[in-house]
Design a protein. Structure first.
Length: 81
């Protein structure tokens, strides 16, 4: 297996993982849904703090997965075999 094929295999796995985790492009709706569900279940100021923290974690994770996918695409495009 050449370098380009190896990168393609990793790209596929990253894409599958992002989809499984609900962190693919457009996942903001899932984040909003989760926070809405939590805030309707928890009625307190502390719940709002948790909702904010959860949103930040999910947003950060989504950005990192997206960055990884972009880096893999760049590596794939640069590979010669």
């Amino acid at each position: 297996m050449g370098k380009k094929a190896s990168i393609a295999a990793v790209k596929t796995q990253v894409s599958t993982s992002r989809n499984s985790l609900g962190l693919s492009d457009g996942a903001a709706a899932k984040t909003e849904s989760l926070v809405k569900d939590l805030s309707s279940a928890w009625k307190s100021p502390k719940a709002e703090d948790y909702a904010t923290q959860i949103t930040e974690v999910i947003t950060s994770a989504s950005a990192l997965w997206s960055s990884l996918a972009d880096e893999l695409q760049d590596a794939y495009n640069a590979a010669t075999d």
